[in-house]
Design a protein around this ligand. Structure first.
Ligand SMILES: [Zn+2]
Length: 294
């Protein structure tokens, strides 16, 4: 137990942080962000760079160009500097994609079996971009501070330098894995769905294909192969309902975008030969475990 004086100081630091940290997302939802955005971005960049050295990168230039084409079309419509986004296509058979703070988007080649058209892949990438633009990782960590670490951890993280802050994050099991090990919450998933739908429509991708994407995922799951992406993105029925509720508005945006000349032309690469994926199996298993752990 700490002395009253220091606890009082910690509470004051936290109160100040809280006052500075309440933000409003693009859907009008209030959110808590305790950590400086720049810090999470730096951690996200570091984690992404590390992943790129440890996990097999897709070598086929056509597949890379295809995914990049979709990401670029979306990035132009998302309210950030389009060049601030980093994309990596990993040669991984698991059907997954993820986002890290700092504008880092990772796409596994396995998701191309589920997101079978450019529009469906745009739904995946748009969803991931929304996690980044709304700073969901920051919110998640901030919630964890309050829930697990309480006042002491939060104030220690806020009151000291970067190194101490990383130690606190590591103690909470977050470390460099932010946004990967820690699944986003239901509210954040819904928000990413709504904004992802908006982003794809603005870029000229057919928002109705977001529904097809989730049906493909469900089909795959019913066939006994639960896509990694689905396992970390719960509540299928609710997701479909949310997308349907926003479809009219997304379709209006889509038609306007097409009329304005936003007609993405991203050609899907021919089917890949599976041999290379087998060579990558030990890495893949490792990566899946990391991504799937809760
Ligand atoms: Zn998500």
């Amino acid at each position: 137990m700490k002395a009253t004086g220091s606890r009082g100081a910690a509470t004051m630091i936290l109160s100040l942080s809280l006052m500075a940290a309440c933000a409003t997302t693009d859907t009008g939802r209030r959110q808590l962000k305790l950590l400086p955005s720049s810090e999470l971005q730096a951690m996200g960049n570091q984690a992404f760079a590390e992943m790129k050295t440890k996990q097999p990168i897709e070598e086929d230039p056509r597949t890379n160009a295809y995914v990049q084409c979709i990401a670029t079309a979306l990035a132009r419509q998302v309210s950030r500097d389009p060049s601030a986004w980093q994309l990596a296509v990993f040669d991984e058979p698991s059907a997954n994609a993820f986002a890290l703070p700092g504008g880092n988007i990772g796409v596994h080649t396995g998701i191309l079996d589920v997101a079978r058209t450019p529009d469906q892949l745009a739904a995946v990438v748009g969803h991931e971009m929304a996690h980044v633009t709304q700073e969901h990782a920051n919110e998640r960590v901030s919630q964890a501070f309050l829930a697990q670490g309480g006042l002491a951890a939060a104030s220690a993280a806020m009151g000291k330098g970067g190194r101490d802050r990383e130690i606190v994050l590591a103690a909470l099991g977050l470390g460099a894995q932010i946004g990967i090990l820690m699944p986003f919450g239901r509210t954040q998933e819904t928000e990413a769905d709504v904004l992802g739908l908006e982003y794809m429509a603005r870029a000229g991708f057919d928002p109705r294909q977001a529904l097809d994407l989730w049906r493909n995922m469900e089909e795959m799951a019913e066939g006994g192969q639960v896509p990694e992406f689905l396992s970390t993105h719960p509540s299928h029925q609710r997701r479909i309902q949310t997308l349907e509720a926003h479809m009219d508005s997304a379709l209006a945006t889509y038609k306007k975008a097409r009329a304005a000349g936003n007609i993405p032309n991203c050609e899907r690469a021919p089917e890949r030969i599976g041999a290379r994926s087998q060579n990558a199996a030990p890495f893949s298993r490792h990566a899946s475990e990391r991504v799937g752990t809760r």
